[in-house]
Design a protein around this ligand. Structure first.
Ligand SMILES: NC(=O)C1=CN([C@@H]2O[C@H](COP(=O)(O)OP(=O)(O)OC[C@H]3O[C@@H](n4cnc5c(N)ncnc54)[C@H](O)[C@@H]3O)[C@@H](O)[C@H]2O)[C@H](O)CC1
Ligand SMILES: [K+]
Length: 477
């Protein structure tokens, strides 16, 4: 089952893998033609009712595969208003090859004729709200016709994500849907065929530029809409929490605060004027700071727990106490990770171990990423949390789905790149579901590293990544 948002992600990822949408449209059209053949014999009279989006484009392609049928095409609306290049190219191809294809500008001029089969290609997954004219009139005419109806991808008028109609909708007898079933289709009184249109599995598995489509910035955004992140870390190390907090800001958070020991606070301010520090007493985290941390954490959307914390016994006791009572969302990194398997918590955790840290958590080992993907999924299910296991191929799982990030390069083995990843992921987790936050975080962090390497080769330092995070996130759409 796939939602239309996720379909758009996969579609864009396929294009980045070298399988452009026009090629998918060709496969979709071919699948529509095959379905027509299974329903009526050659020579039959087929009317194609097409809209101005890619759903219509699929049907334009299908016409070329049905030369032995008596096909006529009605495009609803003016050809100039066809909304995509690939649909327009396929419409133009019908014209230049002199197929029977005409446009209908006004619903009063719509005439379905007396076909043996109607192909409904008015609207697919791009539809918003109730059908407008002339689509609504055409839908009524299709429903009144005394012949079977084959819907392309989804019956026009249905919201592909719910299967509900906001107004009049096409009552289809058959649906040929692409790549995967759409959520509402199973409830319809129609026979549904899922057609493979040649989208590589890698477009689903590997995080790609399509996943960035999930990131949006509304022009009406307010301060706070994009999240406030609390980094809890520092003690033996100062740089790590500073990097994570700056990465959270570069990753789009509106605010990043660092809760750290007093001894670290003074130094931290020297790293960046953008950092807001909330110190607690002492030179490392200890259980007596936990109450204060919990209060602070509740004022933030997400917590990044662990950067530079160290592994002192009382620091780990404090992490344990914190996680036991915390109920929000947290990215857990570095030494804090070792506590996760033994702690009972209602928190929604996104753990970012490298393979050594995963082993310390009792997690699996595998050198082959495919094998690791299966094992990480099982371990994430056991833990009940999202895992982002860092490596040349980052493996991300919520115990059910698995995503793999393969951006990044050997220059990124330098210290601090993990802190940047934790911060970026913390920011993303404020606006995205955990699995997507982890997948996009891994992709963006690796891509930032690739941008640094493209410009200056290896020898990068973690702060180089910070500057490239916005470009990695927003530059490639
Ligand atoms: N991988 C894929 O997903 C593929 C999908 N294919 C086909 O493409 C459609 C989705 O195409 P899209 O262009 O995004 O949208 P539609 O064709 O569904 O509709 C857009 C079109 O309709 C207008 N519109 C929107 N809402 C309404 C309304 N309520 N009333 C009237 N008109 C409306 C809008 O303005 C646009 O003009 C998918 O379903 C598949 O069939 C690809 O071909 C293959 C890959
Ligand atoms: K349709």
């Amino acid at each position: 089952m796939i939602t239309s948002d996720r379909m758009a992600v996969v579609d864009r990822n396929a294009a980045a893998l070298g399988v452009p949408q026009k090629q998918l449209m060709e496969s979709s059209g071919h699948a529509v033609a095959r379905e027509v053949r299974s329903l009526v014999d050659p020579g039959a009279n087929v009317t194609v009712v097409a809209g101005r989006g890619n759903n219509g484009g699929d049907a334009f392609v299908a016409v070329r595969f049905l030369d032995d049928y008596d096909v006529s095409v009605r495009l609803l609306g003016r050809p100039e208003s066809i909304s995509t290049d690939i649909a327009r190219e396929n419409w133009d191809a019908l014209g230049s090859a002199e197929y029977d294809a005409e446009s209908v500008g006004d619903s009063r001029d719509f005439d379905l004729g007396d076909p043996d089969l109607v192909v409904d290609a008015m609207l697919g997954t791009g539809v918003t709200g109730a059908l407008r004219e002339p689509e609504a009139t055409a839908a009524r005419a299709i429903n009144d016709a005394d012949c079977p109806v084959l819907a392309v991808d989804v019956p026009s008028g249905f919201d592909a994500d719910t299967g509900e109609a906001a107004g009049v909708a096409v009552d289809a007898d058959h649906v040929v849907t692409f790549h995967d079933a759409k959520p509402g289709l199973g409830d319809l009184d129609a026979r549904v065929t899922v057609a493979d249109i040649g989208i590589p599995e890698a477009a689903e598995t590997f995080v790609g530029p399509g996943d960035l489509l999930r990131l949006r910035r509304d022009s009406t955004s307010h301060k706070g809409d994009h999240g406030e992140v609390l980094v809890v870390g520092g003690g033996p190390y100062t740089g790590a929490p500073a990097l994570a907090a700056q990465a959270a800001l570069r990753g789009g958070a509106d605010l990043a605060r660092v809760a750290c020991p007093q001894s670290v606070a003074r130094e931290l301010q020297g790293y960046s004027e953008n950092l807001i520090v909330r110190p607690f007493a002492g030179d490392h985290l200890a259980p007596d700071a936990v109450e204060h941390l919990l209060e602070l954490a509740r004022e933030h959307d997400t917590v990044v727990l662990g950067p530079g914390l160290g592994a002192a016994d009382d620091s780990l006791d404090a992490v344990r106490a914190f996680l036991t009572d915390y109920e929000g969302r947290a990215v857990v990194d570095a030494d804090a990770l070792s506590v996760v398997p033994e702690v009972e918590t209602d928190a929604d955790l996104l753990c970012t171990p490298h393979q050594g840290e995963l082993r310390k958590m009792g997690g699996p080992e595998a050198s082959d990423w495919r094998e690791r993907a299966d094992l990480v999924r099982e371990f994430a299910r056991e833990l009940g949390h999202v895992l982002l296991v860092k490596g040349a191929y980052d493996v991300i799982s919520d115990g059910d789905r698995v995503r793999v990030g393969r951006t990044g390069n050997p220059g990124m083995t330098v210290g601090g790149t993990g802190d940047v990843l934790a911060g970026v992921t913390g920011a993303l987790a404020a606006t995205q579901p955990s699995l997507d936050a982890a997948a996009i975080g891994a992709y963006v962090n690796g891509r930032a590293g690739d941008l640094v390497a493209e410009e200056s080769g290896y020898g990068m330092v973690a702060t180089d990544l910070l500057d490239r995070v916005p470009e990695a996130m927003w530059g490639e759409r």
